[in-house]
Design a protein around this ligand. Structure first.
Ligand code: SAT
Ligand code: MN
Length: 597
């Protein structure tokens, strides 16, 4: 069997790479697909696979006049988000995975998942998807090959990554590629596992069809395996958007910003400045992931390893994110949104009237006023970045962009002020490490509970969180021109649960202050938490229709809240045990003493 498989694989393969051929043959011998299809990334292949997906019900064509090239996919209702409790880091030692990851011993994981993969592709097609994370030919770029039995995965990978024949040519005979194996299986949550084997540069994902679990280039390679490789090789793989801000004078400043999933990263990355900001321009380099390494001139350079956006749909409209609306107007795959009678898509928070009747995300009739949501709260769009009207010309630059500021932003209804600047890199790492966030719909579980989410990487760090924070601290030695670090919180609320800061386009006001700080142009005021905008010469609030009391409330620092906060931070640091970096413990003590014990 194995020899026949190997011969069959080699026969129609567009590569002679012996390691790749042997691995594909081995995986095929285990999963036993009826057919093996090597994806070339061509338009003809896209057309063929889209037609097949429509035929087998995976995709529903939308009204092609209203949304050219767009399709709707409905997932299994039990499979609508990442599954952190079923996501494992499989290192020989449990301590290498750390207390914030689920761990499985590699042999045990291979055996357990091997049993599930055994024969699972019988009667099905195995697609071989060669892809690159990062522009082809960039020193940042990593190659992966994903084997999957899902045409939905292939069509998404085509948008989210640089995929196809060119990647195989770039790989040549090298064995330096991530080995990804995925099967949708029977989509049974009891038989669902997302396993990472950092030492083997391998990912095995079984039993899900949801983006973050199965588009293996994204969270699995670009963040979990990426962060592991970053530590080995001296760079950072981060859950960050990258944007360029250009002033009316033509000065462009690049910023990277970490926010937990579903906290508005895509909106921030595509922000349209308010009308008072004539001549200012925001351009998107990336909306979710940044790979950053020291460049030849001593600055920190970043690329977006992805080629598309996998964004949250609900709440997207012409007010919150006009650029996203343009981005998803064509050639977009929608997952778990509602369908209108005329074949368009709908979601909670879309512009215009709520339609009288819809088909909901599960394919059931839905009527206006229904208590149930028509679109799933974590429904998603997959759209090529080239659709973005404000895509940065640098988004394909193999050298990346120089980062001047790093922003850490949680989702906190209290405690954390609108914006502050860290005193220095170590303090900035402390701010990132102690990020907290009220949970959202991108992961299964309770919504609205505060959890520590260091650098928005809690679900995505591929090794011990203590070592990861130490790696951040160590990086300052290899970056002579360190970016400045900031903390923001757009989500502070008043006593009645009303947001104090308008957010969206008005976040430009905070961004301008950050840019001015980076270039040393505005004075600042020191507080016990960090440097904040001064009352005079601070944030530009011209034209902002918000009561001054709301601004002072959004920027206020309440010592009693901070005492509670420090206790909750302690619980997190204790979890890291002896690996909690000393420098961060000292930062905590300093803050405690500033607070008066
Ligand atoms: O859910 S995904 O991991 O695909 C996207 C996200 O959470 O940022
Ligand atoms: Mn994300």
């Amino acid at each position: 069997m194995a020899t026949t498989q190997a011969a069959a694989v080699a026969q129609n393969a567009p590569t002679k790479n012996p390691t790749l051929l042997a691995w594909v043959a081995k995986m095929a011998a285990m999963t036993q697909p009826d057919r093996i299809v090597w994806c070339d990334g061509s338009e003809a292949e896209k057309k063929r696979m889209t037609e097949e997906a429509v035929k087998d019900g995976t995709l529903i064509p939308l009204n092609q006049e209203k949304r050219p090239g767009c399709y709707l996919h409905r997932s299994n209702p039990n499979d609508v988000a990442r599954v952190e409790h079923l996501t494992f880091i499989c290192t020989p030692n449990k301590t290498d995975a750390g207390p914030t990851n689920n761990w499985m011993e590699p042999d045990e994981a291979y055996t357990k998942l091997g049993q599930l993969f055994e024969g699972c592709m019988k009667g099905r097609t195995m697609y071989v998807v060669p892809y690159a994370m990062g522009p082809l030919g960039s020193p940042f770029t990593k190659i992966g090959v994903e084997l999957t039995d899902s045409n939905y995965v292939v069509l998404n990978m085509r948008i989210m990554t640089r995929m196809g024949k060119a990647v195989l040519d770039l790989l040549g005979d090298s064995d330096d590629f991530n080995r990804g194996l995925h099967s949708t299986g029977d989509v049974n949550p009891d038989r669902r596992y997302i396993c990472h084997f950092p030492q083997d540069n391998t990912i095995w994902s079984f039993g899900s069809g949801y983006g973050g679990n199965v588009l293996l280039g994204k969270k699995c390679l670009a963040l979990r395996i990426g962060s592991y490789l970053g530590r080995e090789e001296g760079w950072l793989a981060e859950h960050m958007l990258i944007l360029g801000v250009t002033s009316p004078q033509g000065e462009t400043t690049y910023v990277a910003a970490a926010f937990p999933s579903a906290c508005g990263k895509t909106n921030f990355a595509m922000l349209i400045p308010p009308k008072e900001y004539k001549g200012w321009k925001i351009e998107t380099v990336g909306d979710d992931i940044a790979w950053m390494r020291p460049g030849p001139d001593g600055r920190l350079y970043a690329i977006n390893p992805e080629a598309g956006y996998f964004g949250v749909v609900p709440g997207t409209n012409y007010k919150t994110n006009p650029n996203a609306m343009e981005t998803i107007a064509k050639d977009t795959l929608f997952t778990n949104v509602a369908l209108t009678p005329d074949g368009d898509v709908w979601w909670e928070g879309k512009d215009g009237e709520v339609p009288e009747e819809l088909t909901d995300w599960q394919g059931r009739p839905w009527k206006k006023g229904s208590a149930e949501k028509a679109a799933h709260p974590n429904s998603r769009f997959t759209a090529p970045m080239t659709n973005n009207p404000v895509l940065s010309g640098k988004s394909n630059d193999p050298m990346g962009v120089p980062i001047s500021a790093i922003i850490f932003g949680g989702r906190r209804s209290n405690t954390v002020p609108l914006v502050l600047q860290a005193f220095n890199w170590t303090h900035g790492v402390f701010l990132g490490a102690t990020m907290g966030s009220e949970t959202t719909a991108a992961a299964t579980g309770k919504v609205g509970v505060v959890r520590r989410d260091p650098m928005a990487m809690l679900p995505f760090c591929g090794y011990h969180m203590g070592d990861y924070l130490q790696h951040w601290l160590d990086m300052q030695k290899s970056i002579p021109q360190l970016p400045k670090i900031f903390q923001v919180n757009w989500f502070r609320q008043d006593k009645n649960g009303k947001f104090l800061w308008p957010g969206y386009g008005d976040n430009m006001r905070v961004l301008e202050w950050i840019v001015n700080r980076v270039h040393g142009r505005v004075p600042t005021q020191e507080t016990l938490l960090g440097w904040v905008p001064r009352q005079d010469q601070g944030l530009n609030l011209q034209g902002l229709d918000v009561a001054p009391e709301s601004i002072s409330e959004a920027t206020s620092i309440k010592e009693d809240e901070w005492k509670t906060e420090l206790k909750s931070q302690e619980v997190f640091f204790e979890q890291l045990g002896t690996k909690a970096p000393e420098a961060l413990m000292l930062q905590r003590k300093l803050l405690m003493s500033r607070l008066g014990g």
